[in-house]
Design a protein around this ligand. Structure first.
Ligand SMILES: NC(=O)c1ccc[n+]([C@@H]2O[C@H](COP(=O)([O-])OP(=O)(O)OC[C@H]3O[C@@H](n4cnc5c(N)ncnc54)[C@H](OP(=O)(O)O)[C@@H]3O)[C@@H](O)[C@H]2O)c1
Length: 249
């Protein structure tokens, strides 16, 4: 049985919806595909997806778009008597018009730092504000925020990538904090930061090195969903990788 469809203690509906934010990205798209193809009869009744190209659209540069998208999700769930039992946030930024990850402190740049913090930390924080209140107050529910191992301070042996590392470390702290608040609201909830491993997507493409193990987004999606399905309330507030291993903060 899929643990996401456990019957809540209050006897309310066990039917669940899953929501992926960042559905247009390499990993986000693969997560939507995997959830939609799930043939487990105890799987999610409905898979919702949001991103900058969906209707409604969700863009971290416009908080009103998050508020409107959350109202849409609430309406979709209410219309079908579904509880939002799984939320995965698969957005992220490493390189783009605002710059490249830094090799040295000499390359630190206000515009790049502002952007990487906005997409990797502030955006997911606004997701917490608008979407975590939609999760049920009873019964198992899971929120997974895709972070990165390089956001781990304890694991930082190589240096470099100041902005990306720091923005993911900020995300990790936000996840830990939200996990505590979510547990006060629902003792069976799980809220974790996730490391997907190195994937063949646009985000990592310029940094591909020979000898590095690069996996497909489809493999990562399957592995992350399997990890999320196994997590229990006691695992909430951790940074966990695609094999289920807990990483240091
Ligand atoms: N790829 C890797 O090797 C790797 C390794 C470790 C961790 N990660 C993490 O895995 C997650 C997924 O990355 P990916 O590889 O799938 O990258 P990706 O293909 O570049 O996807 C990035 C996602 O972020 C979204 N996004 C960017 N700016 C946004 C904004 N202003 N508002 C809302 N959404 C925005 C994109 O939305 P649009 O579709 O609208 O563009 C897209 O869904 C990220 O958190 C990344 O840091 C990736």
């Amino acid at each position: 049985m899929n643990p996401n469809s456990q019957t809540p203690a209050d006897g309310s509906t066990a039917r669940g919806a899953a929501l992926v934010i960042g559905a247009g990205g390499g990993l986000g798209h693969a997560l939507v595909q995997a959830l939609s193809a799930d043939t487990d009869p105890d799987g999610y009744e409905r898979v919702l997806s949001l991103g900058r190209s969906t209707l409604p659209a969700l863009d971290y540069d416009d908080e009103a778009s998050l508020s409107a998208a959350a109202a849409w999700v609430a309406q979709q769930c209410a219309e079908q008597s579904l509880d939002l039992r799984l939320l995965i946030v698969a957005t992220g930024f490493l390189h783009g018009e605002s710059g490249l990850p830094e090799r040295s402190w000499s390359q630190l740049d206000t515009d790049y730092l502002s952007h990487v913090f906005r997409i990797n930390a502030i955006g997911p924080a606004l997701v917490m504000k608008h979407f975590l209140p939609l999760m049920p107050k009873q019964g198992r529910c899971v929120a997974g925020f895709v972070s990165a191992k390089v956001g781990s301070i304890g694991d930082n042996a190589l240096g470099g990538w100041y902005g990306y590392r720091a923005s993911k470390a900020a995300l990790n702290q936000l996840v830990k904090t939200a996990a505590i608040e979510l547990t006060r609201r629902n003792r069976q909830s799980v809220c974790v930061a996730l490391h997907p491993g190195t994937l063949a997507t646009a985000l990592s493409q310029p940094f591909a090195k020979t000898g590095l193990t690069v996996r497909t987004p489809a493999s990562a999606a399957a592995e992350l969903l399997s990890v999320l399905a196994r997590l229990q309330a006691k695992d909430s507030g951790t940074l966990i990788d695609y094999t289920g291993k807990v990483l240091p903060w």
